[in-house]
Design a protein around this ligand. Structure first.
Ligand code: TXA
Ligand code: MG
Length: 366
């Protein structure tokens, strides 16, 4: 299949946006597939009301069809054709956080195909804040089902290059709109019960939700050292292997001095054990220290790649860089990636959720 490409900028005028996005939007309304930027990660969109269009998403991604999709809308008017019985709790949260990086699980409208929801009676809905995403959806005039625009099992794409690597030749259009600002997929929040429950942590945190509605639980299946893959998690996607680079990922949590020491010792051990390439993801401050240590110890620098996930304490930067770095280590052909973990508080919950999956449980607290 030929994939058409178009570059759009958030600085484009409304007229420019309309003219550049007209063809991909028409493609969506005619049942095609279009990858597009959002503030969280790139999405792969198709008309949520067309079963045949939605099937193309699963085929392009190689995604299991019981893993439901998020439906994206450009205005609240679109809600009525996809969900019903939206309560006061959901309305307050939508008012507080939409458009933005949070998805609400609502009661599904009977006309929406099971293909979108994996047979569930609920439907996940998000109004993104990215101007290009909003414009594309509005021009198409359809609610747009869109999972992250990666091949199933790969880290989510935060740049158009990642989307091209995974989906060129598999989708009708790729809209290049620069880097995703958040870098982590949206918070998924079930608002069908009396207390909202986080099914997937994201940029909008448990603390922020509590501030609006007074209470917020988190699905116990996604907490703890490993992710429950037995199927008890309320968000079906959680049970699949996800965010996994080719390299083996190990995560370490502890104080800065301890982490630097353990990363140095482990690298030494691995390099002594054989012909390996080790990737290290550390805080900006620790990158300099590690580079000095490796230099003094005369390690073969061709076998070590040290990258910064951002300054200690700037977890927003960590979130933005995470998937990009994981993909980068694969491109560098690292065999192992040693990663600096963080405390599970605020956006740290989302970062650790993705890291635990990438590491398949190999998380050590020092
Ligand atoms: O930020 C995002 O959410 C991105 C952008 C493109 O919007 N999309 C995204 O979609 O991450 P995807 O398909 O990669 O992840 C959707 C998650 C999955 O874990 C899925 O199981 C869950 O949402 N989900 C979808 N519908 C659900 C439902 N009715 N009940 C519970 N979980 C649901
Ligand atoms: Mg995904």
């Amino acid at each position: 299949m030929t994939t058409h490409l178009v570059s759009v900028s958030i600085n484009d005028s409304d007229e420019q946006l309309t003219s550049k996005l007209w063809a991909p939007a028409k493609c969506l309304s005619e049942g095609g597939t279009v990858a597009f930027p959002t503030e969280t990660v790139y999405g792969l969109g198709a008309d949520a009301t067309s079963e045949s269009a939605v099937k193309k998403i699963y085929a392009a991604k190689g995604r299991p069809s019981d893993n439901p999709l998020i439906v994206h809308i450009a205005s609240l008017d679109m809600l009525d054709e996809i969900a019903h019985s939206i309560g006061d709790l959901a309305h307050r949260l939508m008012h507080a956080f939409w458009p933005g990086p949070i998805t609400f699980v609502l009661h599904k409208h009977p006309d929406i195909s099971n293909q979108v929801t994996g047979g569930l009676e609920t439907i996940a809905v998000r109004m993104p804040s990215h101007p290009i995403a909003l414009k594309l959806i509005a021009l198409s005039g359809r609610p747009i089902a869109a999972p992250s625009a990666n091949l199933s099992g790969k880290p989510s794409p935060t740049q158009s290059k990642d989307v091209k690597d995974d989906l060129l030749g598999r989708v009708d259009w790729i809209v290049d709109g620069g880097d995703s600002e958040v870098g982590l997929e949206s918070t998924v929040l079930d608002v069908t019960g009396s207390v909202p429950m986080i099914l997937r942590p994201g940029k909008i945190t448990q603390e922020e939700i509590i501030e609006i509605v007074g209470a917020c639980e988190i699905d116990p299946a996604i907490m703890g050292a490993t992710i429950d893959t037995t199927g008890t998690a309320k968000s079906p996607g959680v049970k699949y292997k996800h965010y996994a680079p080719e390299a083996e990922v190990h995560v370490y949590i502890g104080s800065n001095t301890e982490i630097v020491k353990i990363l140095f010792d482990l690298t030494q051990k691995m390099l002594n054990a054989g012909d390996m390439k080790v990737g290290i993801m550390a805080f900006e401050e620790d990158v300099c220290v590690l580079n000095q240590l490796f230099h003094s110890a005369k390690f073969n620098r061709d076998q070590i790649e040290v990258r910064s996930c951002g300054a200690a304490g700037d977890l927003t930067a960590y979130g933005k860089n995470l998937f990009n770095l994981l993909r980068g280590f694969d491109a560098l052909k690292c065999d192992v990636i040693l990663v600096r973990g963080v405390d599970e508080y605020g956006i740290g919950q989302a970062i650790m959720n993705r890291l635990k999956k990438a590491a398949d449980g190999k998380v050590t607290r020092i």
